[in-house]
Write a protein that binds this ligand. Structure first.
Ligand SMILES: Cc1cc2nc3c(=O)[nH]c(=O)nc-3n(C[C@H](O)[C@H](O)[C@H](O)COP(=O)(O)OP(=O)(O)OC[C@H]3O[C@@H](n4cnc5c(N)ncnc54)[C@H](O)[C@@H]3O)c2cc1C
Length: 294
C-alpha cells in the first residue's frame, strides 16, 4: 500500500493550506481499504478520510495519525439495471468526482444530476455532506450506499438510514466510510440535460470566485437568511486577515489570496462570525470541516 510520511495536506485541499499528516495512505482498491481499516481497528490507531479536500480547513500544524485518501484508488462508474418504474441506476465508487458522475449520467441520457455537476468533491464526500446546489441535494438522487464500519465490515445502507439533512449525515458520527453509492435517475433528453448543466455552470461562474482557492461556501445557510447577504450587510465585503479575504465576488466565500495560512483563515472565520452576530443578531456556523487544533 502506498504510504507517504509527513505528507503536506496543503497539496490535497482546495484552500491550499494545511500541515502534514503523519501517515498519508492511498489504498488502491476497496479490498486494500478494508484490510487497512481492520488493521487500524486492531492496532487502535485513529484515522481520517480525505476525499477531494474541497470542504476542509486543515491546521498549519497538520494532523497526527493516519489520513486515508480515497480519491485515486476508489474511482469508477457503472450503469446498473433498468427498473420497471422507468428509473435507471448508476453505481459510483466513493473516490469518483461528483462532476464526472453527473457527466456520465448525461452521456447515458439520464436526468437528475444536472445541478450537482459543479460541486468539486468526490461522491463519498458529497454523500457525507449531503452536498447540494440549486435545489438538488444528494438525498434527491441517492438510493443506497455501501459503507465500511469501524471494524471493517462492509454493509449496504438504504438512503433513510443515512439521515441526510442540510449538509449533514450520520456518516462522520458513526465512524463509517462511504465505499460506493447508487444513484437512481430517470431517462431524459440529452440536449435538455446538457443545456441545464451549462446554465448552472454559467450561474456558478458568474457568482462564485472559482479562480481563487476556497472551500466553497464557508458557512451554512442560517434559517431564513443567506450567509453571504448577512456578511455583506455587516460591511465585510473584502474584509481580510492577512492573505485570507472575504471574497469581493461572493461574500459567502472566504478565499486564500495565495499567502494565507490556516490560522489566517480560521481567524477570519471567527472575526466574521463575531461581527455578523453583533450587526445582525444571527449566528453563523461553519460548513467547512476543520481538522487539527486551532
Ligand atoms: C469552488 C467550490 C464550490 C463548492 N460548491 C458547493 C456546492 O455548490 N454545494 C455543496 O454542497 N458544496 C460545495 N462545495 C463544498 C464541497 O465541494 C462539498 O462539501 C463536497 O461534497 C466535499 O467533497 P470532498 O470529496 O472534497 O470531501 P472532503 O473535503 O475531502 O471531506 C469532507 C468531509 O467528508 C468526509 N469524507 C470524504 N469522503 C468520505 C468517505 N468516502 N467516507 C466517509 N467520509 C468521507 C471527510 O472526512 C470530511 O469530514 C464547494 C467547494 C468549492 C471549493
Amino acid at each position: 500500500m502506498k504510504v507517504l510520511k509527513n505528507e503536506p495536506l496543503k497539496n490535497h485541499t482546495s484552500f491550499r493550506v494545511g500541515g502534514p499528516a503523519s501517515a498519508y495512505v492511498i489504498p488502491e482498491d476497496a479490498d486494500e481499504l478494508k484490510k487497512l481499516i481492520i488493521f487500524l481497528y486492531k492496532e487502535k490507531l485513529s484515522y481520517r478520510i480525505l476525499g477531494n479536500g474541497t470542504n476542509l480547513l486543515v491546521s498549519d500544524e497538520g494532523v497526527p495519525g493516519v489520513v486515508i485518501e480515497l480519491r485515486s484508488g476508489l474511482d469508477g462508474l457503472e450503469l446498473l439495471d433498468d427498473r420497471r418504474d422507468g428509473s435507471i441506476r448508476i453505481q459510483a465508487m466513493a473516490g469518483t468526482l461528483l462532476s464526472r458522475t453527473a457527466l456520465y449520467a448525461y452521456e447515458h441520457g439520464l436526468a437528475g444530476m444536472e445541478a450537482l455537476r459543479g460541486i468539486p468533491g468526490t461522491v463519498g464526500g458529497a454523500v457525507t455532506m449531503n452536498a447540494g446546489a440549486y435545489g438538488t441535494e444528494m438525498r434527491d438522487v441517492l438510493e443506497s450506499c455501501e459503507v465500511i464500519t469501524r471494524e471493517g465490515q462492509v454493509k449496504t445502507l438504504p438512503l433513510e438510514a443515512l439521515e441526510l439533512g442540510y449538509r449533514h449525515s450520520i456518516i462522520p458520527e458513526s465512524g463509517l466510510i462511504v465505499l460506493s453509492a447508487v444513484f437512481r435517475l430517470r431517462k431524459g433528453d440529452p440536449e435538455e440535460i446538457l443545456k441545464e448543466m451549462q446554465e448552472y455552470q454559467r450561474r456558478r461562474a458568474e457568482k462564485q470566485p472559482l479562480d481563487k482557492a476556497s472551500a466553497g461556501s464557508t458557512f451554512k445557510r442560517p434559517e431564513g437568511h443567506f450567509a453571504g447577504q448577512l456578511i455583506e450587510e455587516s460591511g465585510l465585503r473584502g474584509y481580510r486577515h492577512n492573505g485570507a479575504v472575504v471574497s469581493e465576488k461572493h461574500c459567502g466565500f472566504i478565499v486564500n489570496e495565495g499567502s494565507a495560512t490556516a490560522s489566517d483563515i480560521y481567524a477570519l472565520i471567527q472575526e466574521v462570525r463575531t461581527k455578523v452576530l453583533e450587526h445582525t443578531g444571527v449566528e453563523l456556523t461553519p460548513e467547512v470541516k476543520m481538522w487539527g487544533s486551532f
